[in-house]
Design a protein around this ligand. Structure first.
Ligand SMILES: [Zn+2]
Length: 211
């Protein structure tokens, strides 16, 4: 399986290309300019928007789901998300930088109605990728991750990589976020692909004793 990162605005979108099928993880903030950039990036890889099997939304903040609403309207693309994210609450910040970012994140209150409910353990083989949905609440109540069988974790907003990798400094519920993070420590994860920042090796974050 081939993984390609596209950065649109401040957030990442990942294109997963398997045996003749393509899946998106997150979709950018939407709007004409961002949607066009996303379509161009797909076309460059020989994918037309109609070919997309599904779009998986790691959590229903605007920067992750805006494009998916357009794809569903224009091409009938199915959206996989946790139904607990049909509405999201206001985000809180941890630490001084987290608090500043939370204060600036006016658009972070959002939500999405999914076509396919992303329940814990849902296998994605039917969409051409060998991976499983993990329920990882905290950043939003319905935050999910996608763990491929070969150890790539698309973690959405559970972890981030600003300067160095860390658990997210923004969450609706930090107790839940910490629980989700601790759960991940037990899993056979090699690479982490966050919504924000560059992908990183999971062992980099495990080495940091403060987490
Ligand atoms: Zn978010």
């Amino acid at each position: 399986m081939d993984i390609k990162r596209i950065k649109i605005g401040s957030s990442n979108i990942y294109i997963l290309q398997g045996n003749g099928s393509s899946v998106l993880i997150d979709s950018g903030g939407g709007g004409e300019r961002k949607n066009k950039k996303l379509i161009r990036s797909l076309n460059k890889r020989g994918i037309s928007p109609e070919d997309l099997k599904v779009i998986i939304i790691t959590h229903a903040h605007k920067n992750q789901m805006g494009g998916a609403l357009f794809f569903r309207r224009a091409y009938g693309t199915k959206i996989i998300a946790d139904e607990k994210d049909s509405m999201t609450a206001k985000i809180k910040g941890r630490g001084i930088f987290g608090k500043i970012r939370a204060a600036l994140a006016k658009n972070e209150k959002a939500g999405i109605i999914s076509d396919i409910h992303a329940t814990e353990g849902l296998r994605l083989a039917q969409f051409g990728i060998q991976a499983t949905i993990l329920s990882l609440p905290g950043h939003t109540c319905g935050s999910i991750g996608v763990l491929t069988d070969d150890g790539n974790l698309f973690c959405g907003g559970v972890m981030e990589n600003f300067i160095f990798p860390s658990p997210s400094k923004l969450a609706q519920d930090f107790v839940l976020l910490n629980k989700s993070f601790i759960r991940l420590k037990m899993l056979p994860i090699k690479m982490v692909y966050p919504s924000n920042g560059r992908p990183f090796k999971f062992k980099r974050i495990l080495k940091n004793k403060s987490y």
